[in-house]
Design a protein around this ligand. Sequence first.
Ligand code: SAM
Length: 439
Amino acid sequence: MDYITYLKKILNDEEIDLMMEEYKKKSVTSLRLNLLKCDKDKFCSVFNGLENHKYVDEAFYYDKEVFAFGKCALHNAGAYYIQDASAMMVVKLLGIEKGDKVLDLCAAPGGKSSQVASYLKETGLLVSNDVSNKRVRDLSENIERMGASNVIVMNENVEKISEYFEGYFDKVILDAPCSGQGMFRKNSLTYDDWSYEKTLRMAEVQKDLILKAYKCLKKGGIMVYSTCTFAKEENEDVIKYLLSKTKASVVNIEMKDDFSRSFLDGAVRLYPFKFKGEGHFVCLIKCNDEYEKEVKGGNKPAFRKDIEIYREFEEKFLNVKLDGLFIKMGDELHLLKEDYFNLSGWRVLRNGLHLGSIKNNRFEPNHALALYLKKENVKNCLDLRYNSREVDDYLKGLTLNTLNSKGYVLVCVEGVSLGFCKDDGRYLKNLYPKGLRVM
Ligand code: SAM
């Protein structure tokens, strides 16, 4: 079956014409502000005139030929995440409340996870997982960039997660791997790669994933199932499969004039010819089953001596006292907001906030700490304009002029933390990580 023949199964003739027209257009570009680090009013005072997203208040459309937000220092600082406007609807529709324990099972590169972290506002827990050991590294880097401290990034198989976390989470996101019809405008390779057999193959994977994801919910908890494809086999049929195997129920999503009806009551389809974005399927599911299993903390705290070494650094350079459970892995000191579950035995890339390393009784802060801190949290700060030469120099790894202070200086861009420098009274030694430098 070719793609057009397939589309006739899900769209009428007029919709097919509209869809084919859309594929010829360039993709819509949008960004979502990271509310952990970036204030909407401040952002709009610097970049005015951007079109606001209709439903996600802190998101904007932009023309990358007018301003390349992907290349701006504010991107490196984690002020925003560049994300498709329809993909943002997934977490928006799920609704995150402060204190929620959230699992994002197929999370890389981190669009949905970064949005969850932005809404959790340092409360609760986000476990962000991806099975791909290549993609999970981008996920971890993106979580770091967002300055989030309450996220555990893992590279585990779903089976193990599902068994361990039975009945544990308030919210689960299953943004499933799919045949990607919503990506055709962005990536013509996906279009060439489409086949009906692939759709059927993906549907089998999705059915397996959805059962495992559902089991991680506590009774009354909500899962969002989403894909960036329009295939019924990968969307509604997968939900129906779950409904047939469990007591799950669909939570109704209120229809809006730019949403399209799904083949299942309560779910929605976002088509690029109607909704300004690349396209998504979204369905909310409530857990009515009781999967109970005790999940306990028990992470070993760091030695008091190590915490004291960190505290010395804190007193000298910060205006904030960080609290939680300090844990040490090798030389690396991390801070968990709470001792939610035992991390040993997991393939973890990020254990909450990576504070820094302790070597020879000296503490060296990690880049993640710089990205987490606010301008007002530090004693020494250098705040640069986004379009200044100095900020470009900083991102290239060059030295900057001294502030005539001694020790660590937080470099910010438009008030948003970007990284550390170390002042020796002659110049600022650049501590922006080598792997992130812009050449
Ligand atoms: N949610 C991500 C975001 O918003 O940036 C996009 C996720 S992408 C659609 C699907 C992800 O599922 C991929 O990163 C892929 O590596 C992952 N994946 C594929 N099969 C998986 C499996 N069996 N278990 C866990 N993750 C899987």
